[in-house]
Design a protein around this ligand. Structure first.
Ligand SMILES: Cc1cc2nc3c(=O)[nH]c(=O)nc-3n(C[C@H](O)[C@H](O)[C@H](O)COP(=O)(O)OP(=O)(O)OC[C@H]3O[C@@H](n4cnc5c(N)ncnc54)[C@H](O)[C@@H]3O)c2cc1C
Length: 281
């Protein structure tokens, strides 16, 4: 734990597999316990793993036993895998649309020996551990979406007021873009959206602080903030005209970076399923 906490040790968590994303219970990576009970033998592959290229230790979800037809989640276990172990390999560093500052990798395990002491928690409890912690991850993504939407409005406000080409305001009729009623209305709508996002995130943070953030609350916060932030960021990019499409402008990078927030940490469709279930539907 000490080097993990100080940041000297890089870590990653590997759940997703080439054939298993939203439906984690379908994972195939196996972790067979050795006959003498001293270690697991890990075989399989993971993909889209954040920090996978640089990680020193990876928490891998694997199956010591085959699932039962009644419970596909049965047996899934968390193992802390040393990335210098024999049989551990990092595949491609994947080329993403955005989030260029974080690496995303393919991993493979071929008879990797993992000491039983490096099992995280009890065997077969992975889903329960993940279930307890995914709401916090989703809250983090919701906070990020709010912050990105707020930043987009600031970028757009700055652009429409100040952007000049050859010393002249950018828009026709010698007026800055900010002077058009449409610009004011669009930015006013965006500001109202950011206020709503802040309220949703604030409520979820309060619930988290009180230890009361339910899976459905976190899913609802992630769903609303990421979907709404996408609309705000798109509108703010539009106000930049073609400059919004150029990576040298921060709004372009924000547009690319924010797209994944509706996919990772559980897709918007999965968030809707969680919320609907909590409504008894
Ligand atoms: C940048 C990035 C970083 C990531 N980091 C990690 C990481 O560190 N560790 C890790 O384990 N994973 C990571 N992932 C993987 C991520 O968690 C998965 O991509 C995500 O869970 C979705 O899985 P999938 O892409 O296989 O989509 P799929 O499950 O194949 O879904 C495809 C489409 O079907 C929809 N769908 C699926 N099931 C249902 C359903 N029941 N009802 C309705 N619609 C449904 C989805 O919403 C989606 O629109 C990362 C992904 C990205 C892009």
């Amino acid at each position: 734990m000490p080097p993990f906490v100080t940041g000297e040790m890089m870590t990653a968590i590997a759940m997703t597999e080439p054939g298993t994303g939203s439906d984690l219970a379908g994972m195939r990576t196996t972790a067979r316990l050795s006959a003498d009970g001293t270690h697991y033998v890990l075989n399989g592959a993971k993909t889209f793993i954040t920090g996978g290229v640089l990680a020193d230790r990876v928490i891998v979800c694997a199956r010591p036993a085959q699932p039962t037809p009644e419970d596909l989640r049965a047996g899934i276990t968390l193992l802390i895998v040393d990335t210098t172990s024999e049989g551990y390999a990092v595949g491609r560093k994947l080329d993403k649309l955005g989030l260029k500052t974080s690496d995303t990798a393919e991993l493979s395990f071929s008879d990797v020996r993992v000491p039983v002491e490096d099992r995280l928690g009890e065997e077969g409890k992975a889903f329960s551990y993940l279930g307890q912690n995914l709401p916090q991850e989703r809250l983090g993504i919701a906070v990020g979406a709010y912050a990105q939407a707020a930043a987009a409005v600031e970028f757009a406000k700055g652009y429409v007021r100040e952007r000049e080409i050859f010393g002249k305001p950018v828009a026709s009729f010698g007026k800055p873009v900010a002077s058009f009623q449409n610009t004011k209305f669009v930015l006013a709508d965006c500001k109202a959206d950011v206020d709503a996002l802040q309220a949703v995130v604030g409520r979820a943070l309060d619930a988290h602080d009180a230890g009361e953030l339910s899976a459905a609350d976190a899913a609802s916060a992630k769903l609303f903030t990421t979907e709404r932030a996408a609309v705000v960021i798109d509108k703010c990019l539009q106000l930049h005209g073609v400059y919004g499409y150029m990576m040298e402008y921060p709004i372009a990078r924000l547009y690319a970076d924010t797209r994944v927030s509706r996919i990772y940490g559980g897709t918007s469709e999965v968030m809707r399923s969680i919320v609907a279930k909590s409504m008894g539907l």
